[in-house]
Write a protein that binds this ligand. Sequence first.
Ligand code: ZN
Length: 191
Amino acid sequence: MEIVLYPHPALRWKSRPITEIDANLRKTVAEMFELMYAAKGIGLAANQVALPYRLFVLNLTGDAAEKDEEVVFLNPEILKRKGTTEGEEGCLSFPGLYKDVKRAAEVTVEAFDLSGNGFEYSLDELAARAVQHEYDHIEGILFIDRLTETLKRECQPVLEDFETQCRRKQAEGKLPSDEVLKQELARLAAG
Ligand code: ZN
């Protein structure tokens, strides 16, 4: 498992609900936390490790030692959004890119944990921003989609660099073609 970079097709996949909580899923979640900490992130969605499932993990401290701060969101739904606020965001699938994004200031989110128990949080500040960012991932939406036109234009050269690097890896056989990657996503989504 590894964190995939833009424009990997997994980042544009609308993920499917999780239907079973088993050892395999627990292992996936543990690996996602490890990758997230190694990359110095605070959140990671399944799409970012090329898995088409409605799942993301958060630890707003970004500190692997703070196990109590780890939250696993299975089949999350954002029930309410209130107000707007602007703040800087980055994304582990766009290393080095940070831009201001407008988000709801407060959200209410419900999800299931790894024990299959439902929970509901009302969140604001960083937690609200992180949940909206990660929820977008499982819908195949990226933070670059939510930038103002001016910021989008500013990002264009960086996005083109990501694109070039991806196509180069594919040409060198270090990354499968988009077609093969999409077939694999479809297979996992069906399985
Ligand atoms: Zn992200």
